[in-house]
Design a protein around this ligand. Structure first.
Ligand code: AMP
Length: 218
């Protein structure tokens, strides 16, 4: 099964993708994560992407489609894939069609996480992760149980994404509205779009997604 999780920054795509990886053995392909790794490693892709990401602008289509193609080539064809943060433009949506059909894969579901943009700014600007194990936290909603110590691995270092500041978040949202939301009709025409209330509790969102993937009525 191949699925796309779609929604503005902070809608919970990454959180829900991680849950599907744990519960269904699917693989998460997050272009944001791959680009951040490229920036950290200082690769040519990373050098090209760094300033754009810091500004909240999109990285060129051919760059992200290239890294998705390479990532797909590293997977067995029967491994289920969750596309998280890709495609983000019409050109990427068309590239994804070609990348999938070249590899005998089909797209089964596009799940849109619907959210209230103003609430998202608080959600995003407050989030931070454990630098060691990646566990997610939030200034208002989920502080570590012991201040300064990760609940999961007991690490003491935490980090924040440089693009999780209010100004950049607003730009990322504008990019979503202008370039990403318009790709939904492509998938609506194929009858593969489902919508989930992304403002609901994380568990409820996970249950709604599971029902869609299992073909159960909401
Ligand atoms: P994300 O982690 O998905 O919020 O992505 C963080 C940043 O990486 C975005 O604001 C873009 O600068 C860049 N990025 C991630 N995925 C894509 C994509 N599919 N197309 C273009 N830029 C992307």
């Amino acid at each position: 099964m191949n699925i796309i999780l779609l929604g503005p920054p902070g809608a919970g795509k990454g959180t829900q993708a991680t849950r599907l990886v744990d519960s269904r053995g699917m693989v998460q392909l997050s272009t944001g994560d791959m680009l951040r790794a490229a920036v950290k490693a200082g690769t040519p892709v990373g050098l090209q992407a760094k300033a754009l990401m810091e500004a909240g602008a999109l990285v060129p289509d051919e760059v992200v489609s290239g890294i998705i193609g390479e990532a797909l080539d590293a997977l067995a064809v029967d491994t289920g894939v969750i596309f998280d943060g890709y495609p983000r433009t019409q050109a990427q949506a068309h590239s994804l069609d070609a990348l999938l059909s070249d590899r005998q894969r089909t797209l089964d579901h596009v799940i849109e996480l619907e959210v209230d943009e103003n609430a998202l700014v608080e959600r995003i600007t407050g989030r931070f992760t454990c630098a060691t194990c990646g566990e997610g936290y939030h200034d208002s909603f989920k502080q570590p149980k012991v201040q300064g110590e990760c609940d999961k691995c007991h690490g003491h270092e935490f980090k924040r994404r440089p693009d999780d500041n209010e100004e950049t978040v607003r730009t990322r949202m504008a990019e979503y509205r202008a370039k990403t939301a318009p790709i939904l009709p492509i998938y609506e025409a194929r009858n593969i779009v489902s919508r989930v209330d992304g403002m609901a509790d994380m568990e409820e969102v996970a249950m709604a997604i599971a029902a869609i993937l299992d073909g159960k009525p909401a």
